[in-house]
Design a protein around this ligand. Structure first.
Ligand SMILES: NC(=O)c1ccc[n+]([C@@H]2O[C@H](COP(=O)([O-])OP(=O)(O)OC[C@H]3O[C@@H](n4cnc5c(N)ncnc54)[C@H](O)[C@@H]3O)[C@@H](O)[C@H]2O)c1
Length: 312
């Protein structure tokens, strides 16, 4: 198939790469020429492939069968998701729909529930699908090339069949007849990660007060891990979650539930507050932070031979 990528940054570049490795033709688009040079370097590392790069949005939607948008969905200064770039791109494509070879437009960015239903109405002919990226920045190549799951929301058979063909042979492909459910699943996962990090940071702080060292704290995590997978998110005990996604998505989701749904999410509010406390005390972990703990054969282990973490 001919696959188009609109917005070839972190997610777009590796999404395109994953399809190149499956034998598809890929056209990468971005407004930033330097980013397209980075895409060429990434692809070159994996071999010789049939692909193009361009800054021309319409070229991509004219030529490609399936177009994935991987555009930024940052928050505005008040912590609400800013969908203006996605909206601009969808509006522009919809004006040239008659000239488009594109059959399915795929929303890959993380977008507040309800976005796809609204955006899809702008197209008359092109079908819409939701297929969020669950990659973690630190493992972006591994997570994109061999994702643990592929989750797709569609509302019609054409999009369903095309997406099914595209992802034939991939692991754990889940296709549901609902856009909003898939959008929610992405936030549910990110907010759960944030919750677990804040939770374990708090337990870590308690453990220190009662004389348990960072090394002994591993035993606590591993006892919990014997019957659940809920302890592995603590990679750097004490440090607040940061990086490109968790703080932005938690804040946007809280604002969405409060303003759009008129629900006060007490747990998520607390997660954010706890994170701010740990940010002030221990700092923020970033996408490039080195983990102190690692998971090996289902056990949480010290990754760095670092004694005296946080003054112990
Ligand atoms: N980074 C992550 O770990 C991660 C993981 C999962 C999901 N996501 C989500 O994926 C989406 C993209 O994130 P990212 O990290 O790849 O962002 P990014 O900033 O790395 O990439 C976005 C790219 O879009 C380009 N762009 C901006 N405006 C454009 C336009 N009008 N037309 C074409 N290109 C344009 C930018 O130049 C940039 O290269 C976001 O919704 C994010 O929340 C990110």
């Amino acid at each position: 198939m001919k696959i188009g990528i609109i917005g070839s940054g972190n997610v777009g570049s590796v999404t395109g790469l994953s399809f190149l490795l499956k034998g598809h033709f890929v056209q990468f688009q971005d407004i930033n020429k330097e980013q397209l040079e980075k895409v060429k370097d990434i692809v070159r590392n994996y071999g010789n492939f049939d692909y193009l790069v361009t800054t021309d949005l319409l070229e991509v939607v004219k030529e490609c069968d399936v177009v994935f948008e991987c555009l930024p969905t940052e928050n505005d200064e008040n912590g609400f998701i800013d969908l203006s770039i996605l909206e601009y791109v969808v509006d522009k494509i919809s004006c040239y729909e008659e000239q488009c070879g594109c059959k399915v437009f795929v929303q890959r960015s993380t977008c507040i529930p309800g976005t796809a239903l609204k955006m899809s109405k702008k197209f008359k002919k092109i079908k819409y699908a939701v297929n969020p990226s669950f990659l973690i920045m630190k493992k972006k190549f591994e997570d994109a090339i061999s994702p643990k799951k592929v989750v797709i929301g569609v509302l019609d058979d054409l999009a369903k069949n095309i997406m099914k063909d595209l992802y034939a042979g991939w692991n754990n492909v889940v296709i549901v007849n609902n856009f909003t459910l898939v959008e929610l699943a992405k936030y549910a996962e990110n907010c759960l990660q944030s919750t677990l990090i804040s939770y374990w940071n708090e337990i870590y702080e308690i453990s220190k007060k009662i004389g348990i060292s960072s090394r002994e704290f591993l035993d606590v995590l591993n006892i919990v891990s014997l019957t659940s997978d809920l302890a592995s998110s603590i990679r750097i005990p004490g440090m607040a979650f940061g990086g490109a996604c968790l703080p932005k998505d938690l804040q946007a989701f809280i604002n969405f539930t409060k303003v759009d749904l008129n629900i006060t999410p007490l747990v998520l509010d607390a997660v954010l507050n706890v994170n701010n406390i740990f940010k002030n005390k221990y700092g923020v972990r970033s996408d490039s932070s080195v983990d102190l703990y690692d998971v090996k054969n289902g056990r949480i282990v010290i990754k760095l031979e670092k004694v005296g973490y946080h003054g112990e």
